[in-house]
Design a binder for this molecule. Structure first.
Ligand code: G3P
Ligand code: CA
Length: 230
């Protein structure tokens, strides 16, 4: 079962910071996950919420703040909000990255950045998994990048599993579902269709064992260190 550091190593470092990503890499996790948004001046920045208030000492919407305004904020322990490019530079070829396209307008820029890193020999396509709750962002990502694996994020188990699983136009590698809505039937039907099944956010070791018994292929955790240690 894949161990994926959630927002880096969010349980031990400020989430979505270079410190958190470095910790996730050093933990020996298979991958780490991050959240991408676009700011007022167009840069791709790594932050989960639409508002900066919860994770920094600032106030306002990411979309209404310039990159230099975002950069002046403290994201915890003196860390700054990183750009997606800075994260790629830090972790180049050391680990898999799961890039979640959080806000609309991120897909083309993220695809072009990944393409550039691969062209420069700093990463390979198979070390990226690009995911989103937003199907349009995934479809648009595919226009600019045909090689990365992509994943559909879902917050709830769809009432009709077949509807969800037949979205073959998206060429999905995995379905990524929240733990509260994961069940053995859904895992099995996803596998029958050829999709992996990843679950977020799993911080309890007993939950991990239950998910392993269900045949889940990977878990996102805030504590990759603890999970890898086992
Ligand atoms: O990618 C899995 C998970 O991170 C999705 O939920 O809210 O933590 O971004 P959230
Ligand atoms: Ca996320």
């Amino acid at each position: 079962m894949l161990i994926i550091g959630h927002r880096g190593s969010a349980g031990t470092s400020p989430e979505n910071t270079l410190k958190s990503f470095e910790e996730a890499v050093l933990s020996g996790a298979d991958a780490f996950e991050l959240d991408v948004q676009v700011c007022k001046t167009g840069e791709l920045v790594v932050i989960h919420d639409r508002w900066v208030d919860r994770t920094t000492n600032g106030h306002g919407l990411v979309l209404n703040l310039s990159f230099s305004e975002l950069r002046s904020l403290d994201a915890g322990d003196g860390e700054k909000i990183p750009t997606l490019e800075e994260v790629f530079e830090l972790t180049a070829n050391r680990v898999e990255i799961h890039v979640e396209l959080k806000s609309a307008g991120t897909s083309q820029k993220a695809a072009e950045l990944i393409n550039r890193f691969v062209a420069d020999g700093k990463y390979t396509f198979d070390r990226f998994l690009v995911s989103s709750f937003n199907q349009n962002e995934l479809l648009n990502f595919r226009k600019y990048n045909k090689k990365c694996r992509i994943a559909a994020l879902m917050a709830h188990t769809p009432v009709n599993y077949a509807d969800c699983l037949d979205r073959s136009t998206l060429d999905l590698w995995s379905l990524n579902l929240d733990i509260d809505n994961t069940n053995p039937e859904f895992v099995m039907s996803a596998h029958k269709k050829g999709y992996r099944f990843l679950v977020y956010t799993v911080n309890d070791l007993e939950d991990r064992e239950l998910l392993r018994e269900m045949g889940v292929d990977g878990v996102f955790t805030n504590f990759p260190n603890n999970f890898v240690a086992l």
